[in-house]
Design a protein around this ligand. Structure first.
Ligand code: TYM
Length: 350
């Protein structure tokens, strides 16, 4: 069956939205609005998988949920044409996750590198939710039978798991799926990751071999979407580099992770290929390149920060957007849940 193309993606409300989230994911969310029906979700249920100190407790969770929503809108997502909502308002996410828990295999989850990284050495003490995180993520996507998922490079393995779950569900319930009128036996699409652009993996400003992350102890490792111009300038000027001038060709960036990262950020923000950026700055010193990068970052990010500030000052307005989005998401989710319940054999009111 040809599935109707639909985009779904999510961002956790765990604080400190940064340039990596913006360039790796949100910029593509904005672009895909032109060609697809899109659903963008603030995944508050996923935030709970980490220890409470990480997500900050109930009032922080609510504040951060509104802040991510504000970032979506400030970046250019249109919540009227598309759907913006928070995950916990649509119960289908948890319901479908349960069914998928019974489809996914323990061996599959044991291979997830993000669980290993986040659980660290004290794996016994990690929440069951953290272990199950990728199954809920598959439910998020497939509840809307989404076909395209824009994400950063770090989510690739989770997307592969979503495809495995969809495939196994279709196989396990193939006869029932056909019996319910889906003649090719495919109820769930196999969602395609959409990982694209020169900044699919933005690295820490302090260490070019580490991903830029919300949880890094040093605020100097990342540029937050809410940073003001002076803070952005300070962070970029202090960013780690090496003593060589910038290379003139991309090949010259390969052994130089910090240089590669800064050039990638410049390329992504200016929407130009890295090779072109190097044609302009190659052979020059980092100090002048950094000045240009500060200017570009401030020009691109300041209007977003200002709009976010304006929006979070009016939580009633943000909540109304989330409630309206959830109402529309629920309508689509209800269709999927009914069909899924029928396929599985759950008796329900008709
Ligand atoms: P989260 O909140 O950790 O990250 C949100 C998005 O930002 C991307 N990202 C990066 N991209 C480039 N460079 C970086 N340094 C960087 N850091 C983060 C992430 O890849 C992500 O696209 N599991 C998801 C949330 C989620 C989801 C979903 C996504 C839940 N359900 C369903 C897609 C579909 C996550 O880690 O979000």
């Amino acid at each position: 069956m040809a599935f109707v193309e639909r985009v779904f993606s999510g961002v956790q409300p765990t604080g400190n939205l940064h340039l990596g989230n913006y360039l790796g994911a949100i910029v593509n969310f904005v672009k895909m609005q032109e060609t697809h029906n899109c659903i963008y979700c603030v995944v508050d249920m996923h935030a709970l998988t980490q220890p409470v100190e990480v997500w900050g407790g109930p009032s922080e969770l609510a504040r951060n949920t509104r802040e991510v929503t504000a970032a979506f809108i400030a970046a250019g997502i249109d919540p009227k044409k598309h759907i913006v909502f928070n995950q916990s308002q649509v119960s289908g996410h948890a319901e479908l996750a349960w069914i998928f828990n019974c489809v996914a295999r323990v061996g599959w989850l044991n291979r997830m590198t993000q669980f290993k990284e986040k659980a660290g050495k004290d794996r016994e003490n990690a929440s069951v939710g953290l272990y199950d995180y990728p199954v809920l993520m598959a439910a998020d996507i497939l509840l809307y039978r989404a076909t395209h998922v824009p994400v950063g490079d770090d989510q690739k393995q989770h997307l592969e798991l979503s495809r495995d779950i969809a495939q196994k569900f279709n196989n396990d319930f193939g006869d029932s799926i056909r019996g319910h009128g889906y003649n090719d036996g495919m109820y769930f699409p196999l969602p395609e990751p959409f990982i694209t652009g020169p900044a699919t993996r933005v690295m820490s400003l302090r260490d070019g071999t580490k991903k830029m992350s919300k949880s890094d102890a040093s605020d100097y490792s990342r540029i937050n979407l809410t940073d003001d111009a002076d803070t952005i300038a300070q962070k970029i000027r202090k960013a780690k580099t090496d003593p060589e001038p910038l290379p003139s060709e991309e090949k010259g960036l390969e052994p130089r992770p910090e240089a590669d990262n800064l050039v990638g950020i410049y390329a992504a923000l200016s929407e130009r290929p890295k090779a072109e950026v190097l044609r302009e700055f190659g052979g020059g010193q980092f100090s002048s390149f950094k000045n240009a990068l500060v200017e570009l970052c401030v020009t691109k990010l300041s209007p977003i920060a200002a709009e976010m500030k304006r929006l979070v000052a009016d939580p009633g307005h943000v909540d109304a957007i989330l409630i309206d989005g959830a109402d529309r998401a629920r309508t689509i989710a209800a269709e999927t849940m009914k069909a899924t319940q029928d396929i599985v054999g759950f008796v329900r009111k008709r």
